[in-house]
Design a protein around this ligand. Structure first.
Ligand code: AMP
Ligand code: MG
Length: 326
């Protein structure tokens, strides 16, 4: 049976911590998205995570620690650039790939001899890890190929009965996964975009490049209907969407769009999901979940251009649409 813990009501986590240390499985909040955690040092417990997620065994799990003493126990060869990244971005949404030590079972890292680790920015998450007392696994709390979750009630719907505990810490503050980096030949390679941007790292005087992630799961952003990102300039956007609707009267069309275009289009399409450009990162997965649940043939998604986060949001939206644009 799955037990629910509501951190807002200050529920006691002692019993949960003991259970997880002994190989139990929990869904827990972080500042990025909800994660699935167990004792990362326990091979059999780690196997359960792959089963619960339906994840391929060669797709490595990220590991969370609550401090750098715990980090030193599981990784080796920490260099100057790693240290700079740690000093500037931890606790926070930056996962760094390190050489792994043998205490970490091979299944955690899907057979890789490296492991992705971070200290989470959410102090409640750090407290939970502190209580458990060992590094914990933290892949996103979703069935493989489904959208990530930033809200415990959705986690409950998907995982009730499949895990020992679900810890409700409210909505995730950031709302998208961590940025993942690897240091190679003195250069920081970004393997996955997140809220820490290329420019944020470059400010430290470090060279940064984009790279691709091994065994990447392209279905991660699947909203189960077609999606097209509308990338034209703002002044042409109404015309472009209007044209698409007129030429596709046989389709059930949805729009994921700005508040300002709601009045223009909401009565002409089957679903209009509004976003506020300034808060889109925090709400992205709730928006995508709402889109997934709607019975729509194709979603037109307005591009996001005018915020600091535009680059990373567009990266995610292009994955939602499989790079389809008009
Ligand atoms: P998730 O567990 O769904 O948050 O995804 C974590 C991502 O981190 C996966 O796409 C992994 O491929 C990637 N990852 C984790 N560990 C490593 C590693 N050691 N080397 C490269 N990529 C990694
Ligand atoms: Mg994931």
């Amino acid at each position: 049976m799955t037990k629910l813990i509501d951190l807002k009501k200050n529920d006691n986590i002692e019993e949960c911590a003991k259970c997880i240390k002994n190989g139990g499985v929990m869904i827990f909040p972080t500042e990025t998205v909800y994660g699935i955690g167990t004792n990362a040092l326990d091979k059999e417990a780690v196997d359960k995570i792959f089963t619960v997620k339906g994840r391929k065994s060669d797709n490595p799990l990220i590991v969370l620690v609550s401090n750098t003493i715990m980090l030193d126990k599981i990784v080796s060869n920490i260099n100057e650039i790693h240290r700079k990244l740690i000093e500037n971005f931890w606790p926070g949404p930056l996962t760094i790939i390190f050489d792994k030590k043998d205490v970490l079972p091979e299944n955690v890292t899907g057979g890789f001899d490296t492991v992705g680790v971070r200290i989470p920015g959410n102090s409640l998450t750090r407290k939970i890890i502190e209580k458990i007392g060992v590094p914990i696994t933290a892949p996103s709390a979703n069935i493989s190929g489904k959208l990530s979750i930033i809200d415990a009630s959705i986690a409950y719907r998907e995982f009730n009965g499949k895990v020992d505990y679900i810890i409700d810490g409210g909505l995730s503050d950031i709302g998208i996964e961590s940025t993942i980096v690897k240091v190679e030949d003195g250069i920081v390679k970004i393997l996955r975009c997140g809220s820490i941007l290329k420019e944020d790292i470059e400010k430290l005087g470090i060279e940064v490049e984009f790279s691709s992630i091994p065994s990447r799961n392209n279905k991660h952003y699947d909203i189960e209907s077609d999606a097209i990102v509308v990338t034209v300039e703002d002044k042409d956007i109404i015309h472009k969407i209007d044209e698409y609707i007129s030429n596709n009267t046989d389709k059930k069309i949805g729009i994921i769009g700005s508040c300002k275009n709601y009045d223009v289009f909401s009565s002409r399409v089957d679903k209009y999901i509004k976003f506020d450009e300034d808060n889109i990162m925090k709400n992205l997965y709730n928006i995508l979940n709402e889109a997934k649940e709607a019975d729509i043939d194709v979603f037109l998604i307005e591009s996001v251009k005018n915020t600091n986060e535009s680059q990373v949001i567009m990266n995610k939206l292009m994955q939602v649409s499989n790079n389809k644009i008009i």
